[in-house]
Design a protein around this ligand. Structure first.
Ligand code: UDP
Length: 401
């Protein structure tokens, strides 16, 4: 099966990192079409996954944009759709990995008569999307997608509540290669020396800098913790949230945390950094659609403290309630951090259990097998229709209404 993947971003966010694992088995018969250039393209190239940037500049529409911005962007959109239509004729299926990719992919699917799959990496709610974008995503997915892959049960529920068709929607978790999350003692020691926090209890926060990712909550919590608790923030403002990044730096000074906090920017060596931490904090203040960092921390055998909302709740299945704290509550976060610091043997036991469990549940081979089966169904349905219909009309009209 030949797949044309579409993704709007040149930045390696969670949706893009997830796509790398999904595309790997198809690297000799797929193309990833990006709507924007950037480091994500290099990551795909490193993995020998064919990639092409299809647009000269990023589409101007944002998650909170309304109709007027949408109409203004048509001048950019139409040549992109034309290019995707042309390309898609060489592929069996169009796989839209982001919201803007859905818009382009839906139109291209209609025009080229190739089936469309939409991987939904978002919680479609008013917290994240304008009402225009929300209804556009649901309408296009319902009308044009043969299947919707929701990144978690939380994402699926939000999609269905917003009017999405439940019968085409399947939960497909992110897949990981557990062998990539191993680190030896020497590596860990080296990283700890570089971080220059000798003998301190180190909390890691791994996420792009963005208000809803809640880095500020961890700063507020840290101020309530003893002096020997320190933090590294790994991640950058990937989507233009520079104001927030500056606000965080100022807050560190206001709270007098200069000696206890480091901002490391975007890093590609996540694993040794995670392994060098004593615990990982996830602090999103809005429901997280999936929360890759939570799984990655579990695979690295690090104890996690996560915000109890969205997909994250599904990832942590041990019934160890201490792992989850209410989103946006620095008081409770600080209490669990202090507990973790004093109970390190106990936290190591459940981190070990969580590792074994996550190695099975989120193994990329398991997830890729599920994806392959679902894609096979899409293509078989399409082939079946084309070969048995006496008067073929566009598949979008016959199978998806
Ligand atoms: N990440 C990274 N380098 C960084 C910060 C984050 O590679 O400096 C990775 C992180 O390990 C995770 C992904 O970016 O795999 C973020 O995914 P997540 O689902 O946590 O959040 P999203 O960005 O999709 O909202």
């Amino acid at each position: 099966m030949k797949i044309l993947f579409l993704d709007q971003s040149g930045q390696p966010g969670g949706a893009e990192l997830c796509l790398i694992e999904i595309a790997k088995p198809y690297r000799d018969r797929c193309l990833v079409g990006l709507f924007s250039d950037g480091p994500f393209k290099q990551l795909l190239e490193q993995e020998q996954i064919p990639v092409e940037v299809l647009a000269n500049r990023p589409l101007q529409v944002r998650k909170d944009s309304g109709w007027i911005t949408g109409i203004k962007s048509l001048g950019q959109l139409l040549p992109l759709v034309a290019r995707v239509v042309q390309l898609s004729k060489q592929f069996d299926v169009i796989y839209a990995n982001t919201q803007k990719a859905l818009v382009v992919g839906a139109l291209a699917s209609f025009l080229s008569q190739r089936p469309l799959v939409f991987h939904l990496h978002d919680i479609l709610s008013a917290e994240h999307f304008s009402s225009t974008n929300l209804s556009l995503a649901v309408t296009l997915a319902n009308r044009f997608a043969s299947q919707v892959f929701a990144t978690s049960e939380a994402a699926r529920t939000a999609f269905v509540e917003a009017g999405g068709r439940p019968e085409i929607t399947h939960v497909v978790y992110n897949g990981f290669d557990p062998t990539q999350y191993e680190c030896d003692r020497i590596q860990i020691e080296q990283v700890r020396q570089q971080l220059e926090f000798p003998g301190k209890f180190l909390i890691g926060h791994f996420s792009r800098l963005s208000p809803w990712k809640g880095q500020h909550i961890l700063l507020e919590a840290l101020q309530r913790c003893p002096e020997n608790i320190t933090t590294i923030f790994v991640g950058d403002a990937l989507y233009g949230e520079q104001d927030y990044a500056e606000m965080l730096q100022k807050r560190v000074i206001e709270l007098g945390l200069q000696e206890r906090v480091r901002f490391l920017g975007f890093r590609s060596d996540i694993v040794p950094l995670m392994c060098a931490c004593d615990a990982i904090a996830h602090t999103s203040i809005a429901p997280e659609p999936f929360g890759r960092v939570v799984v990655e921390a579990m695979l690295c055998q690090r104890p996690v403290i996560a915000a109890q909302a969205g997909g994250v709740v599904e990832l942590v299945q041990l019934g160890v309630v201490d792992w989850l704290v209410p989103p946006g509550d620095p008081e409770q976060l600080a209490a669990v951090i202090c507990l973790y610091q004093t109970q390190q043997e106990w936290t190591q036991t459940f981190a070990h259990q969580a590792r074994i469990q996550s190695q099975q549940r989120f193994h990329r081979d398991v997830i890729n097998q599920q994806v392959a089966q679902l894609l096979e169904q899409v293509c078989n349905r399409d082939r079946h229709y084309i070969s048995y219909s006496p008067h073929p009309t566009p598949h979008t009209q016959s199978t998806r209404l």
